[in-house]
Design a protein around this ligand. Sequence first.
Ligand code: ZN
Length: 478
Amino acid sequence: MTTALRAARTDGLSLLDKLQEAVRPEFAMELIHTDPTHPVFARGQCRVIGCERGAWTKLLCNSHYGRWTHEGRRDLDLFATTTGPVVGGHSDRIDAFDLRGLPLQLRLEIAYSIQIRHDQRTIRLVPMMVNRLVRLVIAAKVGSLLDHGLERWTLLAHEHGLTDTGGRAMGQLRFAWRQALDLAEGLDAEAEFARDTWRAAALGARPSPKKVPPICFDHIPQRWLREAVKRACRYRLGAGKAFGSVSIDERALRWFAAFLHRHHPEVDAASGISREVLEHYLSWLTAAPELSGNTTNTYLVVLRSFLQACHRHDWMPGLSGRAALYLDELPPRPRPLPRFIPEFVMTQLEDPDNLALLPDETTRHLLILIQETGLRANDACLLEYNPVIIDSAGWPCLKYFNHKMTTEQLVPLSQRAADAVRAQQHHLDSRWPARCPKLFPSPHANPDGAQPFSYATLRHRLAAWQQQIAYTTRPASP
Ligand SMILES: [Zn+2]
């Protein structure tokens, strides 16, 4: 990576220009102070009474941690209540990201990565991690992180002793490097639409608690078809469709492209898509053994809408007016989509011994609520901290958003469900005294509890739990 990359761009703005525009004033300073109670930038306040510094490890600030280890790691509670305050002058580096000594562009590159961590709220970033990274970068005598490739940085970090405890520092360096590269290359929507791979973030998609994989169009071998699919997808995004839904559109049309490629290689333009070809596709896809009935139906519905839109907007010049699918040709959906949690799993939840085997309270309460209310797991995972309201008859009801029907709904709560909600709120209050925004927060990478529990995590835990039950279940005694 060289200065050439920093200079070469399409819109005439240098990376420095872009950084100066992107970094907000509170992150544009050489010394960025943080609050020990900040959910992302701190681990809470030092547990030593009267000490106002942010905790580094064992809920002790760096100075008190040093003193504790020096004194032979005696009983922590006793230490915290009996030791004196930190002596010596107050350094302005305490609880601050110290970016002094860095050339302007480099400083803004690192500040930009801190700002993004702040906005994403998925990883805790304590100042000391960054301050270690700053020492490494100063020693490297570069003007930009992009002056070295990541391999070279890894090597330098190793030489600098940033290997073990500096793991988090290195993670932040990689992150900052990637963010600077994105900014330098122009992470703007037009450039992204022109690519064959679309990233949700570059297209300004709503940040999602789930990881959103990019949409890749290069699986569509026919250029003319790929361009039309991209136009259709762009149109759908513009109409407010979620990035994930548009991703399904692409996957559906990829099947059509693969079919043409394999079974009708003679079709080399839109005019080649005849009714006969479509009828062949209909029977071929319906018989595809690797697709479920629901998926087959979805893929055909997508193709039908795609062809309609191509006619309407003339996205595929030469497309025959007869190239269409009709509603009554589509195979019916085999049955309503199954509930996410199988019934036999639910019945096992009635046994308190089984419930006790679940890994934590959040999972337990979540499952009880799903079992008692019949909520879809996805809807339950997204509940707000207090979803309970009292109806006109004085009965507690759960207010939730039904994502499948995109509507708000009310469901009366059983005593057991109401108890589970209350117990869960109580559990959250002990961990997030300042109030957790979600009723079922994700257990990982979630400093302020704003990320909801994900269905993937739940499914993973259920699978492990099932296995455990299978191991521990014994025949009932007579
Ligand atoms: Zn302290």
